[in-house]
Design a protein around this ligand. Structure first.
Ligand SMILES: Cc1ncc(COP(=O)(O)O)c(C=O)c1O
Length: 305
């Protein structure tokens, strides 16, 4: 069996063996969830490894920490190099998931986190295939509401935020679904525990705005651009729960989930219960881009070797 984490990790500026990257038990992030993370994919096309939208992930990585004054003590260039160097050191020759994160280190039980509070930065990676069944997944609306900008800001990708995602995921699995869909504090569609959501009605794409507690997804942004180039308009607006049942097509987007068709919600079939036509078109283009097959979007990929 493949190791869960590749042999080498990047830890505060150095590449070390995974077993040598250790933190003390009084690490603040373990107690309070004071960590920031990103998830990227590397795509192997049998000749080279391509990292998808590296710069955009690093931008969001730094922005998330700003919200909580948690400092990333490395420049964007240093994080970029850390990711590239680690892929090379691990000699990655298959598609992988890359997880950079930074977190508050020793800070006692003090809740007053400032820019000067000690932090550590890490990059890990591991082989990664498909997250969900590409033929489509069954979903249910969660009884848990998505966190909101009034409490724990969902636009900052913080470790602690994912407690909300864990509750929704546990409930959806208990109910026999593949994935949850969360409503925001007003009862509008927000997003899935780790994915943005799109619905298609009458040839137009609709997706909830950040004000509906939806992360500013990089896959979402990519889909909007691909759809536009195909001649499909995307409207970012509030989507009431009921409207999702009227959709012709529904799909989730995320680095891990890529473009995953939703074939049912709360036991109600979406479209004809198969991947929709527009979803399929967008997904084909997206997957070609990730492996360097579509030159028009080559700005989105960074070759490792
Ligand atoms: C809560 C949440 N929403 C949406 C997404 C999708 O974002 P992206 O496409 O940038 O991976 C993710 C994954 O990062 C997520 O964790």
């Amino acid at each position: 069996m493949k190791p869960f984490v590749a042999k080498f990790v990047w830890f505060d500026g150095k590449i070390v063996k995974d077993e040598d990257a250790k933190v003390p038990v009084m690490t603040h992030a373990i107690h309070y969830g004071t960590s920031v993370f990103e998830g990227l994919r590397g795509y192997w096309n049998s000749k080279n490894l391509y990292i998808f939208r590296l710069d955009d992930h690093i931008k969001r990585f730094r922005n998330s920490g700003k919200v909580y004054s948690i400092s990333l003590r490395f420049t964007d260039k240093e994080i970029t190099n850390a990711i590239m160097d680690l892929c090379k050191k691990n000699n990655v020759k298959e598609s992988c998931y890359i997880r950079p994160f930074y977190f508050v280190g020793r800070h006692g039980i003090n809740l007053h986190v400032t820019e000067n509070t000690p932090t550590h930065a890490v990059v890990v990676m591991f082989p990664f295939g498909e997250l969900f069944n590409k033929n489509g997944i069954k979903t249910g609306i969660s009884s848990w509401r998505r966190i909101s900008d009034m409490s724990t800001p969902p636009l900052a990708k913080m470790g602690g935020n994912y407690l909300n995602s864990i509750l929704a995921t546990q409930e959806s699995k208990r109910n026999g679904y593949d994935e949850a869909i969360l409503l925001d504090h007003l009862g509008n569609i927000s997003e899935a525990p780790g994915e943005n959501i799109f619905i298609i009605r009458n040839g137009k794409l609709l997706t909830p705005p950040p004000s509906s507690s939806a992360l500013e997804g990089i896959t979402k942004d990519s889909v909007i651009e691909i759809a536009k180039d195909l001649g499909y308009q995307t409207i970012e607006r509030e989507i009431p729960r009921t409207e999702i049942y009227f959709a012709d097509e529904v799909f989730l987007t995320g680095t891990a989930a890529e473009i995953t068709p939703v074939i049912s919600i709360d036991g109600k079939k979406i479209g004809d219960g198969k991947i929709g036509k527009i979803t399929g078109k967008i997904r084909t283009i997206y997957s070609d881009i990730t492996i360097g097959k579509n030159k028009k979007y080559s700005k989105w990929i960074t070759a490792v070797y």
